[in-house]
Write a protein that binds this ligand. Structure first.
Ligand code: AMP
Length: 271
């Protein structure tokens, strides 16, 4: 496993790998890796010759007052997990290396991204798209792996690739959950024991609403009400939003200072 922290090194190593005939898979992350990330790495390692994991807590996608400074970090454990899952390279740059001149003057702006996560976190997806585009340009992967856990982000990345004709295939991977249904997230580590128990209400709300739809139909307002009612049963949960789209239910809520999101596919099969 090679660990790099400079963009020019990453480009050089992956250029050489490509010249030797390797298909490069990329797994962009913000570190504090868990089983959800591992599933992306394993999928890439199964489909590509060389898998590069990036660990970069991207300041452009955080708003003032969000948890940029508290975001969990543990590079030694990330290296261990990425290696075990089959990565060949881990790129963990400092902010100064990604943006030596301070915040970038040229950025990607994502249209229609002011709903759901974008409504609660203005500019978030512009920050995501700008850094994902930069990582794609540094790494030159043929495939890049993203989780359905961040469902709206997945759509933004697909749009980025389509609208800018980036030569990357985006691969969506299903959400990995803890045994009690809570979606794996780096932010789960910041929950108190009580909040950790309370957080299971998110998946409970999603599955309850999905089951209610199977019986009572798919009137979006009624489904949103079921989602909100279940979240409201948990005193430690402060609801941010619920949404019922034709094929997906989504929820976001705060537990203390920790904001969590989750979603499920509705329909006959998981994508
Ligand atoms: P993050 O480090 O949270 O920015 O996530 C990096 C990538 O891992 C994103 O594509 C996420 O959607 C994906 N991911 C995060 N949590 C999960 C999970 N529980 N299951 C599957 N993918 C995940």
């Amino acid at each position: 496993m090679r660990v790099l922290d400079r963009g020019d090194q990453l480009r050089k190593e992956l250029d050489a790998a490509r010249a030797a005939g390797c298909r490069v898979g990329l797994v962009p992350t913000m570190g504090a890796l868990h089983e959800g990330h591992a599933s992306l790495v394993r999928r890439s390692a199964a489909e590509c010759d060389l898998t590069a994991v990036t660990v970069f807590v991207n300041p452009l996608q955080f708003n003032p007052g969000e948890d940029l400074d508290e975001y969990p970090a543990d590079l030694a454990s990330d290296i261990e997990l990425a290696t075990a899952a089959g990565a060949g390279l881990l790129f963990a740059p400092e902010v100064d290396d990604m943006f030596p001149g301070g915040p970038p003057g040229v950025t990607v702006r994502v249209a229609d991204a002011d709903v759901l996560e974008g409504a609660s976190r203005p500019g978030h997806f512009d920050g995501v798209a700008t850094v994902v585009a930069k990582l794609f340009n540094l790494a030159g992967p043929c495939r890049a792996y993203f989780g359905e856990k961040d469902w709206q982000q997945l759509g933004v990345v697909r749009r980025l690739v389509a609208d800018l004709s980036l030569p990357v295939e985006v691969v969506a991977c299903p959400t990995v959950r803890e045994a009690d249904g809570l979606a794996c997230s780096s932010r789960n580590a910041r929950l108190s024991p009580d909040e950790r128990v309370a957080a299971t209400v998110l998946y409970r709300a999603l599955t309850t609403a999905a089951a209610a739809m199977a019986v009572g139909g798919s009137d979006a307002a009624a489904v949103r009400r079921v989602l909100a009612d279940v979240v409201a049963t948990e005193p430690l949960a402060a609801l941010d939003y619920v949404e019922a789209l034709p094929d997906r239910l989504l929820v976001a809520a705060r537990f203390g200072t920790v904001r969590l999101i989750d979603n499920v596919h509705i329909g006959k099969t998981e994508i």
